[in-house]
Design a protein around this ligand. Structure first.
Ligand SMILES: [Zn+2]
Length: 230
């Protein structure tokens, strides 16, 4: 029987509360990779830090797994700065857990942009060569005793408009089914907020897509799990 986990990056944001309502109504515990800046500086709601903080706390209090998506969402080529930024993000999540009265424990990590290949131009005896190497942030994570919680599919949901929720749900269902045919659970990468890019912070299609997915999953008897818990 298909089994899947929901994960959300970049929050909190303006769609987080509606998403939490959907998850609560379905009795589902997801994983939220909190972006430290969105919890502590609240650029998505005009700097209303109290609102952002309350929302991030609600995530933790409602039993979801809170992970670290770094503090500043640095681009992969700024890998030399990523250790400090991950430590800062980790502290945000630890403080949230403490405030919610939860015990200290390992905080799962998802890198901004996930694990990527790095393209670089390298000096060679005859000039330069263009090379593609493994993301140097993988080594940074290892040096910190951390590993990466990746996904089985992302859905570019940050590019979607209100009204795209049904199409998103269809794609998620197809992905979960195709993974199940391979004997694999699915880990879905979605977004409940943004990074300050031109795609903004609202994610109405994600909220609606998740609502439709969970309704269909219930009808079909599919189960969920929480990635990074325990
Ligand atoms: Zn992100």
């Amino acid at each position: 029987m298909p089994r899947f986990a929901l994960t959300f990056d970049d929050g909190p944001g303006p769609s987080t509360a509606a998403l939490l309502d959907v998850l609560r109504d379905a009795g589902i515990q997801a994983t939220f990779f909190v972006l430290g800046r969105n919890a502590m500086e609240a650029p998505w709601c005009g700097g209303d830090v109290a609102r952002a903080r309350a929302l991030a706390l609600r995530v933790v209090r409602e039993g979801h797994c809170a992970g670290n998506h770094s503090y500043s969402h640095l681009k992969p080529d700024r890998w030399r700065e990523v250790a400090a930024d991950l430590r800062r993000g980790d502290q945000v999540v630890r403080d949230l857990r403490r405030e919610a009265g939860l015990p200290d424990g390992p905080i799962p990590v998802r890198l901004p942009y996930g694990i990527r290949l790095l393209e670089q131009t390298i000096a060679a005896p005859t000039g330069t060569v263009n090379a593609v190497t493994l993301d140097p942030r993988v080594a940074v994570l290892a040096s910190m005793g951390l590993s990466h919680l990746h996904w089985t599919s992302d859905f570019d949901d940050w590019t979607l408009q209100a009204g795209d929720g049904a199409a998103l749900a269809t794609r998620m269902i197809e992905h979960i089914e195709s993974n199940a045919r391979l004997g694999l659970d699915a880990v879905l990468d979605l977004h409940d907020s943004g990074t300050g890019s031109s795609f903004g912070y609202e994610r109405p299609a994600t909220v609606e897509g998740v609502r439709l997915l969970l309704a269909e999953a219930t009808r079909r008897g599919w189960t969920t799990f929480t990635a990074g818990h325990g």
